[in-house]
Design a protein. Structure first.
Length: 134
């Protein structure tokens, strides 16, 4: 395909009628392949591997509340450091290092809650190549 995202270049819509069982099987196969049903069908039709769909797992409310509390604390610390620096006062390097460490810890907590690795990629286990029809 040319420039632009593949989705923006896909301007044609095809409706397909399926039975309840066929739809369930299609969704199951797509999920096992780590992709969406439309991407699975395109990949099967054009004999290529379907791109994975990154789905987020639900996050526990308690984890979200912990992250919120932690973010308020880190934000307050960083804001206080900025206020002092902007008013011309000195800030201890250890205090800056501590705030940075707290921010990195918060970032890792958020990434863990979202099930994202620290290099920015989401974990993906497609369980091998997409199955082909007979």
């Amino acid at each position: 395909m040319g420039s632009g995202s593949e989705n923006r270049q896909r301007t044609k819509l095809l409706s397909v009628r399926l039975t309840k069982d066929e739809l369930a099987k299609l969704k199951s196969l797509a999920e096992k392949a780590g992709t969406s049903a439309p991407a699975f069908l395109r990949a099967a039709a054009f004999e290529r591997h379907a791109p994975p769909v990154l789905r987020r797992q639900p996050v526990a409310e308690a984890d979200l509340l912990q992250i919120l509390d932690q973010s308020k604390s880190v934000g307050n610390d960083i804001n206080e450091i900025a206020k002092r620096l902007n008013s011309g006062r000195n800030v201890d390097a250890g205090e800056i290092s501590s705030a940075l460490a707290a921010w990195l810890d918060l970032s890792n907590t958020i990434l863990t809650a979202l099930a994202v690795s620290t290099d920015g990629s989401a974990p993906h286990d497609p369980q091998g190549p997409m199955p082909r029809g007979p």
